[in-house]
Design a protein around this ligand. Structure first.
Ligand code: ADE
Length: 355
């Protein structure tokens, strides 16, 4: 089964008479989920440089009545890649079709989508680094020349036919830019990394979401959620809903610092936002590999987890907060992480090797 979703977006602001005109909004996602997502760049909190790049590109494309360049977003999960793709569609007033690398198994899967796109439409491919090679090769002429080549027959009878496509915009999202082939990477005109969000930005997101969900939250409560959200808006929104339940059943409905602390202790989320899996990961390196270095496959085998999950979901934040380092010999737990766990730092473990 493949999973491709198409929806129409409404435009913000004025538009000309091209096919990039305002279109009615038809949402196809759970109302609560979509409601928390910002729908315009003006509403978007954080990533100021990315927002500025996009608003300039959108404004310029709209003035010229041309489609945007192809865009590639790289970031760990939950930092806003999909949200930005929907916002871009909304701001340009074009359709967006959503699919993912693993959902496109054959060239024909991609062709079916490409031939239904109209001028300016957006094709969003999540996890684009997992696109099969045959599909990726189909994408090159589609991105560059807005055409696909069909080959009929074989050997001396082989003939090719070029099929023209509409001038669509590809937005790719990846958690692993390094796994993208150079020819694919080079075909994107705009390539942006999304960073973890600052505490202040997460507080603003928590307050915005609380207001949309009609939740009472004070500033200390919002800060406590922000501190435990691993720099990630998606986690803010998830924790907010868990803490709301707790405040409703065990408290007076208002989210305060203490409500957050009690609710998230139950969820296994500690004061730095580390989850059970983060702690298991660090403890495995400490207990089985004397703090490291340890190879990712060995750690994955010890934990019986997929190494992709560890690399994509667990490691980025641990690296960011300095609990983990990656060396050519493998992963190492830092002194800071030992202190976080209240463990004695082993003698000599963190000393620099003698020259
Ligand atoms: N909800 C999730 N991410 C957000 C963001 N970056 N800005 C505003 N609200 C959000």
């Amino acid at each position: 089964m493949t999973d491709h979703r198409r929806k129409k977006a409404g435009a913000a602001g004025e538009n000309g008479t091209s096919s990039l005109q305002p279109k009615p909004v038809v949402t196809d996602e759970e109302p609560q989920f979509i409601n928390l997502r910002p729908k315009s760049l003006a509403e978007y909190i954080g990533q100021p440089e990315v927002v500025e790049t996009l608003s300039i590109a959108i404004e310029a494309a709209r003035q010229r009545k041309e489609p945007l360049d192809h865009i590639l977003f790289h970031a760990p999960p939950g930092l806003g890649k999909t949200t930005l793709a929907h916002i871009i569609a909304q701001e340009m007033g074009v359709n967006i079709t959503v699919t993912s690398g693993p959902a496109l198994e054959k060239g024909g899967d991609l062709l079916g989508i490409l031939t239904h796109l109209e001028d300016g439409d957006i094709l969003f491919i999540d996890e684009i680094h997992r696109l099969p090679r045959v599909v990726e090769e189909f994408l090159y002429p589609a991105m560059e020349d807005f055409a696909v080549d069909f080959i009929f027959d074989k050997g001396v009878h082989a003939r090719s036919h070029r099929y023209r496509l509409a001038r669509f915009v590809l937005i790719g999202a990846t958690t692993r830019a390094g796994l993208l082939s150079a020819p694919l990477r080079e075909r994107f005109g705009i390539f942006r990394d999304l960073d973890f969000y600052s505490e202040d930005e997460l507080v603003r997101i928590a307050k915005r979401s609380a207001s949309l969900l009609n939740i009472q939250i004070n500033t200390d409560g919002a800060y406590e959620i922000a501190r435990r959200s691993r720099g990630t808006p998606r986690i803010v929104n998830r924790l907010l809903k868990r803490v709301r339940d707790f405040a409703q059943v065990r408290g007076d409905g208002t989210i305060r610092k203490k409500t957050v602390q009690e609710a998230l202790e139950l969820e296994g989320v500690d004061e730095k936002g580390l989850t059970m899996l983060d702690r298991k990961f660090l403890k495995a390196i400490i207990d089985f590999y004397r703090g490291g270095p340890a190879g990712i496959e060995a750690i994955a085998a010890t934990l019986q987890e997929e190494s992709d999950t560890l690399v994509d979901v667990v490691e980025p934040y641990l690296l960011k907060v300095g609990f983990l380092t990656r060396t050519s010999a493998g992963r190492k737990v830092t002194e800071k992480a030992y202190r976080h766990f209240g463990l004695p730092v082993q003698q000599g473990l963190f000393k620099k090797p003698k020259p």
